[in-house]
Design a protein around this ligand. Structure first.
Ligand SMILES: Cc1cc2nc3c(=O)[nH]c(=O)nc-3n(C[C@H](O)[C@H](O)[C@H](O)COP(=O)(O)OP(=O)(O)OC[C@H]3O[C@@H](n4cnc5c(N)ncnc54)[C@H](O)[C@@H]3O)c2cc1C
Length: 492
């Protein structure tokens, strides 16, 4: 049976230990800090199971024969890649691009790792088998996976093994015939509060001697000893759905995970104690490309949403006809088109990795470098268009219920486009997208989800066709020389 929202919510009532504001949360599906966002996650599964969507959003698992989301599909051609993209796009449209770690993100990374599975086969058949079995299990249960692959910041001038506390970063404590024991922390578990399981590994380079930190494994969120330390909930802080429509529904949350002597059975351990494997796993397989391609699909949807917002802000304030305002809108449209074009380009320029078809690596990294600069710039442009319009708003929806205040709202919230009620509704949405704490976190997300800018630029540098650039430069250099120039000078 195709996974539904009800099935997902039921699975989340599993005794996971989420901590918020000094307390253990209990049921995340009903807690005011999480329930709406959890319901959004549930909606994604209901959406895929609807008869009119099931063909486009799901495919038949080759093992179970049941339909599961296309994010698990290992595509073998350009056409299959596009069909998968359209499925992911439809999901992203359900949350307007505001769930960064929706269920298709980590699934894409894991699928990419399986596409390059021979890299694991050559290294260790037992661990490669565990990885393949886990992929089949996660796919056939259509699991919502989150991941933590970054070490706590602490002192960034030191690596994981050099920090004052050797157990700051999650590491191996012990192992026996049944599995490994892990202690320490990882950041930053986006959507962990509402995922089924978490994949834990390290994408940051480790040094020789740091073998205890070189781990890769997956565990359910209710695994004994796993502590989920939630950040502040923007959903809980939302005044109402009318006042904070995005915070209210799409606060996927971020959490520090602490592994307090968590036991992981060997069948769920993919790497233990191999620094080189840990460092190479994302790039020696299509994993990194595949998971970040999903990010660009999502961002492309969010761009459309922001462009819609920008134009309506200008219309609502009656400035859309002013040439300089159109210039701003034209720049934003060009920025959105850049994201869309690069997404298309990485697909068109895709190539085969064995039997599988994967998006073009360098185009993806180029898109990441551009978009992590472009997003904050676009948000600033939206702020510039809006002026004080996003601030001169009633304190809450409740003001409309008081006839005395409502009278003044009607007099002060005029717009050439909207009624006063519509204007307040619109600008509250705009503020939640560009200025609220939720919006500010989104700027941080788009700037950092793929690594700090020195990381994305290093990936771009590493994957660019420098030989092709050198070749064309060389042809020009080879087309003249000093001797010929001197001879020509003599002749004249
Ligand atoms: C909202 C949000 C959600 C996230 N979700 C997830 C998630 O789901 N899973 C997950 O695993 N991670 C997640 N992350 C973590 C994300 O991957 C990291 O933030 C990112 O990799 C950067 O690492 P860092 O935050 O430790 O920053 P740092 O590496 O500490 O970098 C911060 C800044 O310090 C400077 N700097 C540090 N080191 C260097 C250097 N070597 N050279 C030059 N400059 C340097 C740069 O100015 C850099 O921008 C999330 C982050 C955010 C903000």
């Amino acid at each position: 049976m195709t996974k539904t929202g009800e099935m997902h919510l039921k699975a989340l009532r599993d005794g996971r230990e989420v901590f918020l504001k000094g307390d253990l949360v209990g049921d995340v599906t009903s807690h005011p800090a999480y329930r709406n966002s959890v319901a959004t996650a549930g909606f994604l599964y209901d959406f895929q199971a609807e008869p009119e969507n099931i063909e486009a959003l799901t495919f038949v698992s080759p093992d179970s024969g049941e339909r599961v989301n296309r994010c698990w599909q290992l595509v073998e051609s350009y056409d299959e890649l596009l069909a998968r993209r359209h499925a992911l796009e439809r999901w992203a449209e359900c949350h307007f691009g505001f769930l960064g770690r929706s269920p298709d993100h980590v699934a894409s990374g894991l699928a990419g790792m399986i596409m390059g599975g021979e890299f694991f086969d050559k290294w260790d058949t037992a661990r490669a088998g565990a990885l393949r079995d886990y992929f089949r299990y996660a796919r056939d249960n259509d699991l919502y996976l989150s991941y933590v692959i970054i070490n706590p910041q602490a002192d960034r001038s030191k690596s994981a093994g050099e920090q004052d506390d050797p157990y700051l970063t999650a590491r191996l404590v012990d192992e026996d015939s049944e599995g490994i024991i892990v202690r320490g922390a990882k950041m930053l578990g986006t959507s962990c509060i509402m995922s089924n399981e978490v994949w834990v590994t390290s994408i940051q380079p480790l040094k020789e001697g740091e073998e205890p930190y070189a781990l890769s494994f997956a565990i359910p969120m209710n695994q004994k000893g796993l502590k989920i330390l939630s950040r502040k909930s923007y959903e809980e802080a939302a005044v109402s759905e009318f006042d904070n429509p995005l915070s209210c529904r799409f606060d996927e949350n971020d959490a520090v995970l602490y592994f307090d002597d968590v036991k992981v059975p060997w069948e769920r351990v993919f790497i233990a104690g191999d620094v080189a494997m840990c460092t190479q796993q994302f790039h020696a397989t299509p994993s990194h490309v595949h998971q970040n391609y999903q990010c660009q699909i999502r961002l492309n949807v969010k761009m459309r949403f922001l462009l819609g917002l920008a134009h309506k802000i200008a219309e609502a304030n009656g400035v859309v006809g002013i040439p300089s305002v159109r210039e701003t809108l034209g720049q934003l449209a060009a920025d959105a088109a850049l994201v869309d074009s690069m997404l298309n380009a990485m697909e068109v320029k895709g190539s085969h990795w064995g039997q599988y078809f994967v998006p073009d690596r360098h185009t993806l990294y180029a898109a990441q470098v551009h978009t992590q600069q472009l997003y904050p710039r676009m948000i600033t442009a939206l702020r510039d268009l809006a002026g004080g319009g996003m601030i001169m708003l009633p304190s809450s929806a409740a003001d409309f219920a008081n006839p005395e205040i409502a009278k003044y709202i009607k007099r002060t919230q005029g717009s050439p486009l909207y009624t006063p009620e519509e204007r307040v509704k619109f600008f509250k949405l705009a503020w939640d997208a560009v200025g609220s704490e939720f919006a500010s976190r989104h700027v941080q997300y788009e700037m950092f989800y793929a690594g700090a800018s020195f990381v994305t630029k290093a990936n771009s540098y590493r994957t660019y066709d420098w030989d092709g650039a050198a070749e064309i430069l060389g042809r020009m250099m080879d087309s003249y020389n000093l001797e010929d120039s001197l001879n020509k000078t003599d002749e004249t």
